[in-house]
Design a protein around this ligand. Structure first.
Ligand code: F6R
Length: 241
């Protein structure tokens, strides 16, 4: 795994942007695996700015998001599809029909997992962007998720519910289940870009980079990927210097 430690959040976002832009420029029909959360917002802002100022086009780009809360759809401003439109997709020239999510409102969860999984197999990702949970999760693959997992429905852990509560009016509103790509789906991407900032990620970053490859730390599987870059700010990188 290639590790880049940056001075701050802005530099982390800039480095991540450069990698993402290279993929889009080299292949205007690329498939991007995208993530939600607070970490990638700076990167998405740079992609929007670059699109507006330099005309980088997403016309033929396709995207697939990592995860979606069960029970939430586009009409909820807490859904991940809403987040992605608000923070990136509605501000670039991408065809929204080419942007894919697990459907949080699907009635049959198992069928929805099958549908999304089949879709991912048809559109291998050229790059997969990831954030990192403070417990080492990637997407919603919590500790103890099998390394060979594919798209599935998960019960969120207390620690993830607490982490995510800051984005809701109250902790009671945080959904308890989510659809998520599995670890195998993530590892299938040609290139992986994982970003993390802030002191609360330092231990997870250490475990991801220097720890044992174990299902207890889902992100540790990334040590086995051929082309994975981790970009952190100084706080998140404090234990790996
Ligand atoms: C989001 C996702 C999550 C987040 C992680 C970090 O699509 O899959 O795994 O990347 O929880 O979240 P933030 O960036 O909010 O710290």
């Amino acid at each position: 795994m290639k590790v880049i430690i940056c001075k701050n959040y802005d530099e982390m976002s800039q480095k991540a942007f450069e990698i993402m832009k290279e993929v889009v420029i080299n292949n205007p029909r690329a498939v991007l695996g995208l993530a939600t959360g607070t970490t990638p917002i700076g990167l998405y802002q740079k992609m929007i700015k670059d699109h507006k100022e330099n005309g980088t086009s997403y016309k033929n780009i396709r995207t697939a998001n990592l995860d979606e809360y069960k029970g939430l759809g586009l009409e909820s401003d807490q859904s991940y599809i809403y987040f992605m439109r608000d923070n990136l997709l509605s501000h670039i020239d991408i065809d929204l029909n080419n942007t894919h999510f697990a459907n949080g409102l699907a009635e049959d969860g198992d069928k929805e997992c099958e549908r999304y999984n089949a879709l991912l197999e048809q559109m291998p990702r050229d790059i997969q962007l990831l954030g990192l949970g403070s417990n080492g999760h990637i997407a919603f693959n919590e500790p103890n998720t099998p390394f060979d997992s594919q798209t599935h429905l998960v019960d969120l852990t207390e620690s993830t519910i607490k982490d995510n509560a800051r984005l809701f009016n109250s902790i009671d509103e945080v959904p308890r289940q989510a659809f998520t790509m599995g670890l195998k789906n993530i590892m299938d991407a040609k290139k992986i870009l994982i970003i993390a900032n802030g002191k609360n990620k330092a231990q997870a970053v250490y475990n991801t980079v220097k720890g044992e490859v174990t299902e207890l730390v889902p992100a540790s599987i990334l040590q086995l990927h051929k082309d994975c870059t981790l970009i952190v700010d100084e706080d998140a990188g404090a234990l790996i210097k």
